[in-house]
Design a protein around this ligand. Structure first.
Ligand code: PLP
Length: 389
């Protein structure tokens, strides 16, 4: 048989999604893959029931149902301060995941370099490799996850750099990039003619004292920014697989082609039901933010009282915990997470899935869970020393 594609021959499966399978097999609480165990807003599920009877059930307009795009454009105008043209500057995708892949394929050629911060969201490395691009990593330095401006500039000015890929607010570090940091990055994008590909799925999960700045709103950046985001996190509907990309028309035209031929469109009934979410008033986002602050408090207070060191997130629903005190000699973080799932009954993601640097003592846990789930997880984690050492 002839050789199959060389592109993905060295891929492993997603560690995050593998940990979910291990969690299910061990009946463990899954704090690995980030998804809520509470319901989406009732108005959206009620509308979905109606749509089930009324339709639509057939192929949607490829670039997204018109009423969905109009509602999204209005929401963006409200929160971003940019009102993208629903016809020309927007495409609805299968989650932000597809938006990012379509974008990378649309703007890069094989051999181009893509700058990304480390730790990075697991998908980015794979997506860059699938697009035949070479990732260039710039460290975010714990515990603040700041970056060295000179190191970033040295990376951006390398020949062949086409894009910088930024997760803001950032998974897994919980960093919310400041306006000053984004302005510095924006200036480098303009100086070295680099596209900014933004993954902003946690745009509405930002804690007190921090503010989300949309890269596309900085001077001269709409022209070279592709803003990818999603309904997954904002409306607790990770399974609906609805996301989108926003970009100026010349870039969007190219992104749409990948969506057209790869996906044909997103699920018609789900787009229809999601419109009510996109039209929610400000009070929804206020309550949503307050709920996340509440879950964060339960979880981080719990970790503190158990004595597990962790970094306090500025946004997102992740904490990076230091498992150094519990690791046995020679044990890897992957082995640790598997054993912790079996013995403690809580699943986490090993840090090596996110860091380019050689770290073995970090795991990622998420807290998008009901209060009772978080208390039970903390109850189990209280035994971590006894069960793991
Ligand atoms: C940073 C980041 N981007 C994208 C995704 C996937 O988003 P979607 O469900 O919209 O594909 C996730 C999911 O965990 C994420 O953490």
């Amino acid at each position: 048989m002839k050789e199959m594609s060389r592109r993905n021959q060295y891929f492993t499966e997603s560690v995050i999604r593998r940990m979910t399978r291990i969690a299910i097999a061990n009946n463990a609480i899954n704090l690995a893959q980030g998804f809520p165990d509470f319901d989406p807003p009732k108005a959206m599920t009620d509308r979905l029931k109606e749509v089930c009877d009324q339709g639509p059930h057939q192929y949607p307009i490829t670039m997204g149902a018109p009423n969905f795009r109009q509602a999204l454009s209005k929401k963006c105008g409200h929160f971003m301060g940019i009102t993208p043209d629903p016809e020309k500057e927007m495409v609805v995708t299968i989650g932000s995941t597809e938006a990012m892949v379509d974008t990378l394929f649309a703007i890069t050629n094989p051999g181009d370099k893509v700058v990304m911060f480390s730790p990075y969201f697991e998908n980015y490395h794979a997506q860059a490799i699938m697009a035949d691009c070479e990732p260039v990593y710039v460290p975010l330095i714990p515990p603040e996850f700041n970056f060295d401006f000179q190191v970033l500039e040295d990376a951006m000015k390398q020949p062949g750099v086409k894009a910088i890929l930024i997760c803001n607010p950032s998974n897994p570090s919980g960093k919310v990039f400041t306006k000053a940091e984004l302005t510095f990055i924006a200036d480098l994008c303009k100086k070295y003619d680099v596209y900014a590909v933004m993954d902003e799925v946690y745009e509405h999960i930002v804690y007190e004292g921090h503010t989300h700045t949309y890269m596309a709103t900085l001077p001269g950046m709409w022209e070279r920014t592709i803003s990818c985001s999603s309904l997954s996190k904002t409306y607790s509907v990770t399974g609906w697989r609805l996301g989108y990309a926003l970009a100026p028309e010349p870039i969007m035209q190219r992104i749409k082609q990948y969506h057209d031929f790869n996906a044909v469109g997103c699920a018609s009934p789900l787009m229809e039901a999601a419109v009510v979410g996109l039209e929610f008033p400000d009070s929804y986002y206020e309550e949503f933010g307050a709920h996340y602050a509440h879950m964060k408090k339960i979880f981080t207070d719990g970790l503190k009282s158990i004595g597990i060191p962790f970094t306090d997130p500025q946004g997102t629903y992740f904490v990076l915990a230091n498992i150094g005190p519990y690791l046995r000699k020679g044990q890897t973080d992957v082995q640790f997470c598997e054993e912790m799932t079996e013995k403690v009954g809580v699943a986490a993601v090993p840090g090596t899935s996110f860091f380019k640097e050689d770290v073995q003592d970090i795991i990622r846990l998420h807290f998008a869970k009901k209060d009772e789930t978080l208390y039970e997880a903390l109850n189990r984690l209280a035994d971590i020393k006894k069960k793991m050492c």
